[in-house]
Design a protein around this ligand. Sequence first.
Ligand code: ADP
Length: 412
Amino acid sequence: VSGEVIGAVEVVRGVGEPPFQDGHLAVLTALASEVAVALDNMKLCEQLSGKVEIANRQLVAAYSELRQERDRVAAIVSNMADGVLLTDAGGRILFINPAAAQMFGLDPRGAEGRPAREVLPYPALMAQLGDAPTESQTALATIRVEEPRHLVLSPRTVRLLDERGQRTGAITVVSDVTLLQELSEMKTEFVSVVSHELRTPLTSIMGFAETLMVSGDRPAAERDEFLGIIQQESNRLLVMINDLLDVSRMEAGRSLALSYSLVDLREVIAHVVRFQQVVTSRHQFHLALPDSGLQVEADRDKVVQIFTNLISNAIKYSPKGGEIRIGGADRGDEVVVDISDQGVGMSSEELGRLFQRYQRVDRDAIKGIRGTGLGLYLVRGLVEAHGGRIWAESTPGEGSTFHFTLAKRRAA
Ligand code: ADP
């Protein structure tokens, strides 16, 4: 075949038979060339079917890889916390993932195939899905959803283009920014509360200092009283600024610097109660402390700060007065302290948010009671820095009890 030998034909003559002639040779030659072509075709056919089989196997492998990839993408999209929305060039919803369906309170099957402007008629989203979204629309827009629950959502849309640059649709990723939004609102509120809290003692310091300056010849008793107020208010300012510094330290993830010594909690409690007793005549302090076993390795100033915060809260949040009970117990490796009051108390919902920063719930029971919402967040940070825990119990209208532990030995 094509000048190449691919085989040979042998013909044998029987004994006593007539010899081959030219006619036989002609037939044999024709036969051989037909057989050669057939043989060659067969070889070609075998080669081809081998190749087809390989191609087939490759195709099956590629398909299964593609399917795995598709399943993986589907699993990611279905399980991601962000909502995903796929729309076609006409703004019809092609796909909506479970997170997005949940955020908007939709049934995915009911939404798919329908125009986005009917199902999700939010201006921020429509602006992004529109023909020419501007930079500001894509960057800042938020959507407020009230049903099935209050959410602040931030959509971001990317357009899908084909190879000719024609729009084929868009993918929108919707993130839940409710917490961020709340935190930012709380921070704004916090800044205004703190500024107010800082201004109040400053105003009073300035007022009394001015009075003293203007009329120099006041009776000594009155002058001492004014100076006492100035000192008290300056102290309040200092405590507040120190609290703020500690909180900003905690927020930056830096640990609070502790300077350890052996601290007797009985002595600290007596010291703090002596100071706090001065500010109230309506509260009776009741101490239930064992004679020994309340010594801990701790930073004394910080422990004073913990007690000052909790006891001043107990006073502040029981405006009608009552008993403030401070108990302590030796539990081997740690000491447990309880501080209870007979004040306004808290609901279980307020209890749940208690030790978070800027938590200051506006409620009727504490109208007129001043505070920044920083104290307990800081107290928790201080207790935990000492290897302890803090928790609280409360009944609205009856009072609250705060418990915390302090490790007796400083952690290695
Ligand atoms: P602040 O007292 O400055 O508002 P805190 O962090 O000390 O901040 O307290 C946070 C909130 O916890 C208070 O606003 C108040 O609602 C509640 N709270 C704290 N201590 C008590 C208490 N002993 N009784 C009732 N409510 C309390």
